[in-house]
Each structure stands twice: as structure tokens, then as C-alpha cells.
Design a protein around this ligand. Structure first.
Ligand code: ZN
Length: 213
């Protein structure tokens, strides 16, 4: 049977471009592919949009608690050679279990693209925890997301009014309507330096350093 694969990177890591390239190679062979994204991803509305400006309309724009196992959705994907899911961190646990079942019961491969952690540095969602639990393969996409220091970016830091923050609503989409917010991909060292330097862990370690000299 087919597999469910999770491909992750930090923001701006080329995930959507990777989907568009994969879709293109299926298209060249006249193989049917289906693109799915959550309606919660308001960027590009019904399209997925890569950062170099290429867009493609999705086949299933999944509502917040919509099942993939409806007649309507099944008819869209059952003859597909692959299902490509963009921004999979916006799907819920149940939707991930459905994708896994589709791969393993009706033999349609599922490739999910997304972020593993949120701006707080925590696992992004229950959906992402579920995909880590169930994916047949987990792959990091290259290292095209770079921190400003030049190292590979791991974290998706949020800036509110130009200041790094790790408090606030879990999901704010950078669709152009949230001008006070900006996301910055950072390596672990810079994430600690700019975002988590006042965390309990960093403060406790600093105290140890000061005490034991
Ligand atoms: Zn850095």
C-alpha cells in the first residue's frame, strides 16, 4: 500500500514550491494529482502561492472540521496518483488519521508539507503531533530556509510591531491583512538569543553559570 509522508521546513523553506514541482512532474506524465489545503490558510484564498509568485488552485479547500471521507471528497481523490497537502499544520488530528487511512486502505500516496513548530517553539498543533505519530516517512526539506546569520532556520519566530514575541494567538496567517505581525525564520541560537533569552530555562542556566565560576 501507499504511504503518508511528512515533509517539513521552517517558513520560507520552499515547501509550496516543492508541491508545485511535484504537481508539475505528475502533470507531465498525465497522472492525476489532488492538492488539499485548509480554509484556515487564507493566504492566496483558493490557491497555494509560492514565494516566487507561482500559484495553483487547490482541489479540496478543507473546512475546519470537514471530513475527507465524504462522497464529494472521495470522488475527487480516489483516482489520484498522489494527494499533496499544503500547510498540513492547519489540519486537525482527525483529518490526519483520515489521510493515513486513505494512503493505507485505498493505496493513494499522501505527501504532507508543513511546519513542525509554532512561533512559541512548541509543536504546532495536535494535527502535527498526529502526523509525527503516524507518518511512514518524515523528511526535512533541504536547507533553503536560512536565518539572517546564515545558519539553517529551524524556528518560525513572530514579530509583533517589530518586536519578537512568544505570546499571543496561536495562529495568525501572514496573508497581508495582519500588518502588525511578521514571521522571521531563525536558527536555534538566534531563536534563543532573540525570543527565549528570558525563558525560565535560560534564566536558571544563567544563574548556575553565575554561581559556579
Ligand atoms: Zn541564526
Amino acid at each position: 500500500m501507499a504511504e503518508m509522508i511528512f515533509k517539513y521546513s521552517a517558513m520560507n523553506g520552499g515547501k509550496t514550491l516543492n508541491i508545485l514541482q511535484t504537481a508539475h512532474s505528475y502533470e507531465e506524465k498525465n497522472f492525476k494529482y489532488v492538492i488539499v489545503k485548509s480554509i484556515k490558510d487564507t493566504k492566496g484564498q483558493k490557491n497555494i502561492v509560492s514565494r516566487i509568485g507561482i500559484e495553483k488552485e487547490v482541489d479540496i479547500l478543507l473546512k475546519e472540521n470537514e471530513s475527507l471521507l465524504t462522497d464529494k471528497n472521495y470522488k475527487i481523490y480516489y483516482t489520484a496518483k498522489v494527494i499533496l497537502v499544503d500547510e498540513v499544520e492547519l489540519l486537525n488530528e482527525k483529518q490526519i488519521k483520515e489521510l493515513w487511512t486513505i494512503a493505507h486502505l485505498i493505496n493513494v500516496p499522501v505527501i504532507c508539507y508543513g511546519l513542525k513548530s509554532n512561533f512559541k517553539g512548541d509543536i504546532f498543533s495536535n494535527g502535527i503531533a498526529q502526523i509525527f505519530a503516524m507518518a511512514d516517512h518524515i523528511e526535512e526539506i533541504g536547507s533553503s530556509s536560512l536565518c539572517s546569520c546564515g545558519k539553517k532556520a529551524i524556528f518560525n519566530a513572530r514579530k509583533e510591531n517589530d518586536k519578537f514575541t512568544d505570546v499571543g494567538p496561536d495562529i495568525i496567517i501572514d496573508d497581508g491583512n495582519n500588518k502588525n505581525y511578521e514571521y522571521v525564520s531563525l536558527c536555534s541560537d538566534c531563536y534563543l538569543k532573540y525570543v527565549k533569552i528570558n525563558s525560565i530555562e535560560a534564566q536558571n542556566l544563567a544563574k548556575l553559570v553565575a554561581k559556579i565560576k
